[in-house]
Each structure stands twice: as structure tokens, then as C-alpha cells.
Write a new protein. Structure first.
Length: 191
């Protein structure tokens, strides 16, 4: 990581000697990884929709797979944004749609039902990861309703109340410089 950080810096900037610990916890890292996974899966679904439909044994569903790909990309981008919780919940909703469609492909008359069953199991596993990440992010961002904040020790004065005392009185003793309005070429002339 330090190589990348140093490679993109200007030559006059100090070099990064070592990197510190990440400020992201495990649920934030999982959410970020799921966001990138979602974008990659969405691109795959858009580009290879015909191959995926043949592999799963659900022919003539290329447009549906492409629509699911667009949804995956949107969910992934939302998951990578500041609204990662909304992105994760949209991923869970998308997983429910994927599971519903794949469950129709796991029928006796589908010669590729083994592939569809494997895809169904993978989507179920990713759904569990999505739920875990969503719950973790929600827990991290939740505020304890019983946590009453105590602001009694704050005054609103950056240097404290004692430093602020007498400042207004001192200002009365200092001469005030009155600024005149700026002079322009048309100052003092009447129209």
C-alpha cells in the first residue's frame, strides 16, 4: 500500500514510511467488498447475459439478466457511497429477486438444473453476507437512545469563559477604525 501511496504523490511531498490501521471495522470492509463484488457481477450480467441464461437453462431471459445487472451496479455504487446501509438493503432486495428467478430454474424439466442449483446456493450464501454486513453497518451507525449527551461543560467560547471576560470592555477603550466606502470613478457625481 505504501508503494501505491508514494507512486501517486508529487516528488516534493514527503514519502509515506508506513501506513496505520484502517479506520474501517469488519462490517464496513465487508460492505465495501460486497459493493465491488456487486459492480463486477453487474458488469458480467450485462456483458454475458446470453451465456449466463444458457448456462442456467433459462433461455430467452437475457433482458431480465441485463436488468438484474444494471440493478447490481446501482446497488454496488450505493453500497460504496456514504449511503452504504441503503445500498446493502437494496442488495438484499435484489438477492430476493435473484433467488425467486433461480428457484424457477431448479425444476425437473431443466437439463441445467445442477448449474441453477449451484447458482441458487451461491446467491443464498451472498445473501447471508449481505444481511450480516447490513446488520453490522446498522449497529455501528445506531445511536443508543438512552445515551443522553451532557453539554454542561461546554461554554461556546473557544478559549473558555474566563478568557472571554472583559473582551467587550477592552474593545470600548480601543480606537475604532472606520472604513470609508471605496472611491470609484463615478463617486460624488450625480446622474
Amino acid at each position: 500500500m505504501t508503494f501505491i501511496a508514494n507512486a501517486v504523490q508529487r516528488s516534493d511531498n514527503p514519502r509515506v514510511q508506513s501506513t496505520g490501521p484502517s479506520s474501517l471495522d469488519s462490517s464496513d470492509r465487508l460492505a465495501r467488498n460486497l459493493g465491488w463484488f456487486s459492480i463486477g457481477l453487474g458488469i458480467t450480467q450485462i456483458v454475458a447475459a446470453r451465456s449466463l441464461s444458457r448456462t442456467l437453462g433459462i433461455p430467452e431471459s437475457e433482458n431480465l439478466i441485463r436488468a438484474f445487472g444494471a440493478r447490481e451496479i446501482a446497488s454496488g455504487m450505493l453500497t460504496l457511497s456514504l449511503e452504504k446501509k441503503a445500498g446493502l438493503y437494496s442488495r438484499i432486495a435484489g438477492d430476493a429477486l435473484d433467488l425467486a428467478v433461480l428457484s424457477t430454474a431448479v425444476k425437473e424439466d431443466n437439463p441445467k438444473r445442477g448449474n441453477a442449483a449451484m447458482a441458487l446456493a451461491m446467491v443464498a450464501g451472498v445473501t447471508l453476507l449481505d444481511v450480516a454486513a447490513a446488520l453490522g453497518v446498522s449497529r455501528n451507525n445506531a445511536r443508543d437512545p438512552h445515551d443522553e449527551r451532557d453539554y454542561s461543560d461546554r461554554s461556546g467560547f473557544p478559549h473558555g469563559v474566563q478568557a472571554a471576560r472583559g473582551q467587550a470592555e477592552d474593545a470600548d477603550e480601543k480606537p475604532v477604525k472606520v472604513l470609508s466606502p471605496p472611491q470609484t470613478a463615478f463617486s460624488g457625481q450625480r446622474a
